[in-house]
Design a protein around this ligand. Structure first.
Ligand code: AMP
Length: 429
């Protein structure tokens, strides 16, 4: 693992003036830790593995050096080569992320006067428009694996001239079942290339992929870059009272934007209806919505026109919603890794954010698993007016008791009553 002190500015990282000028305009005053560590290594040309959450500034960490390579290795491929070439390939797990990463890259390249062509391709929309966009090739291609394979089979693009491959959110890509698509794509790449792999977590399949693919990579592991700016809290609530508690919190705090996670598409609509009956208007975001509707809702949410958005985990990855003040787990995510991805939507790039989980007795055990896997421990709190019944039923064994600290905890012995340890979160807090 590298340990480099964070340079005070981007100039020290060796970036060229057109990029530096743009970063100043964007008010990126200082590199984030991942940028400080990744940019010099990528510029030096080696492979890289980086453990970084979304919100850490990882897009710029890989995009800036790729753009710099393209700019300095003139003449650009687009002018020197014919055909449907691509030089920098970025594979991402979701449509939204593809669009978002491509938009960021285009924004970073504004002072290149159009000499770097960036294209995004993803499923859910017509392939024809994307084929047209790929005519004559593209310098940078941001793609979801399935659509990219379709476009390759239609001869719309070839991967034999790729110089840099980025696997963004590799863990998500594999957990979404893109393993076969990924292998098919990797087989089409030239032997000599730079590979940059970004992943929030490193389950076995990601480790296997890195061992198979990467050549003597620099490894960067950040200690949860945004941990200090994100406050995580857990509220216990009686079964059947989650909606009432949620509505009360929303009304009381009047959050500018709140992203609420549930586990199923129909739960999104169901919860929206229940909130509506309580006078709160909410929009939903899930995989059954068409791409156009998803983009519309997301844009409105980003613009602050929608205050409450209820989403499935499809929104947990990669979506870059600036300064989201609060993320709420109405349903707990099934996997501990998804918990980190969900809460990563808040407290981004140095902004203070709040990640709330509402747990009833059925969630206690699962929340402990989430904590254990993510090496966190949060104090169970209660909200005044929504105190849980004195003894939590369902906590059948000592290990399951809701207030139990992890084994080996130095904290004093817990009691089997939630109220004794829990904070009461006052309505005016
Ligand atoms: P990412 O992790 O790439 O999704 O980036 C998260 C957010 O941080 C995006 O809104 C970026 O525009 C912003 N960002 C990235 N790098 C910096 C920086 N060095 N200074 C300020 N904001 C940044």
């Amino acid at each position: 693992m590298t340990s480099i002190t964070t340079p005070a500015n981007f100039t020290e990282l060796g970036l060229i003036p057109p990029l530096l000028a743009r970063l100043t305009e964007l008010e990126y005053l200082q590199p984030t830790p991942i940028q400080a560590q990744a940019i010099p290594s990528i510029l030096a040309g080696g492979d890289l593995i980086a453990g970084a959450n979304t919100g850490s500034g990882k897009t710029a960490a890989f995009a800036l050096p790729i753009l710099q390579h393209l700019h300095t290795q003139k003449p650009l491929s687009s002018k020197s080569s014919k055909g449907n070439y691509v030089t920098g390939l970025i594979l991402v797990p979701t449509r939204e992320l593809a669009k978002q990463v491509a938009d960021s890259i285009k924004s970073y390249a504004v002072h290149f006067n159009g000499e770097v062509k960036t294209t995004a391709v993803f499923g859910g929309v017509s392939a024809n428009t994307q084929m047209l966009a790929l005519r004559g090739g593209t310098d940078i291609l941001v793609a979801t694996p399935g659509r990219l394979l379709d476009l390759i089979s239609s001869n719309a693009i070839k991967l034999d001239r790729v110089k840099t491959l980025v696997l963004d959110e590799a863990d998500r890509m594999l957990s979404l079942g893109f393993t076969e698509e990924l292998s098919a794509l990797l087989a089409l790449l030239p032997k000599k290339k730079q590979i940059l792999l970004f992943s929030a977590t490193f389950p076995e399949e990601v480790q296997a992929l890195t061992q198979e693919l990467l050549n003597d990579p620099v490894e960067i592991q950040l200690q949860s870059a945004d941990a200090s700016t994100l406050v995580q809290r857990v509220f216990t609530v009686n079964k059947g009272q989650k909606t009432a508690l949620l509505a009360s919190l929303i009304k009381q705090h009047q959050w500018r934007q709140a992203l609420i996670f549930v586990n199923a598409k129909n739960s999104c609509n169901h919860l929206a209806e229940k909130l509506s009956k309580r006078g709160i208007s909410a929009q939903v975001f899930h995989g059954d919505k068409g791409q156009a509707a998803r983009t519309r809702v997301l844009d409105a949410f980003k613009a602050g026109e929608i205050e409450v958005l209820i989403a499935t985990d499809i929104a947990a990855r990669g979506l870059d919603i600036e300064k989201l003040p609060v993320v709420i787990n109405f349903d707990l995510p099934r996997s501990p890794a998804d918990y980190m991805h969900r809460i990563g939507r808040s407290g981004r790039a140095g902004e203070v954010g709040l990640a709330l989980s509402l747990i009833d007795v059925d969630d206690y055990h699962h929340f402990k698993v989430i904590e254990k896997k993510n090496k966190i421990w949060l104090e169970r709190e209660q909200v005044a007016g929504f105190e849980v019944a004195e003894v939590i039923s369902g906590a059948s064994s000592a290990a399951d008791k809701p207030m139990a600290k992890p084994e080996g905890s130095a904290k004093k012995k817990h009691k089997n009553k939630v109220q004794i340890n829990a904070h009461i979160w006052r309505r005016n807090s």
